[in-house]
Design a protein around this ligand. Structure first.
Ligand SMILES: [Zn+2]
Length: 113
């Protein structure tokens, strides 16, 4: 159930930015979530409604921006998208690393002052 602690951290972060600014209501959180991230957006949404209750972020909408997976070949540095074999399409090497798709972070918040 790591989505619960993730969601609590998100709330803490959003409040940390909004409260000193005298914000009345946080209306939207923009989250970036990578295709390979283990975070399940439905679970975050579920916990969000629970943890945000009674705060200035209660009822805020969660907007998820998805980042597709990308890989880089360590042998020839070619960047490529997801394929079935996790192999470099240029040189056939299996020596690849993930260059995008594991992200999960709070990008911005929208508020009413
Ligand atoms: Zn390669």
């Amino acid at each position: 159930m790591h989505e619960l602690s993730i969601t609590q951290n998100l709330l803490a972060l959003a409040l940390q930015h909004a409260e000193p600014a005298g914000v009345r209501q946080i209306t939207t959180l923009h989250l970036v979530i990578g295709e390979l991230s283990s975070v399940v957006d439905d679970s975050v949404q579920f916990y969000w409604d629970f943890v945000s209750k009674g705060t200035i972020a209660e009822g805020a909408r969660l907007h998820f921006e998805r980042i597709p997976a990308a890989f880089r070949c360590l042998d020839c540095q070619t960047e490529f998208g997801r394929n079935d074999r996790y192999q470099c399409p240029a040189c056939g090497s299996g020596h690849v690393t993930i260059s995008a798709g594991e992200e999960f972070f709070l990008k911005s918040i929208e508020v009413e002052e």
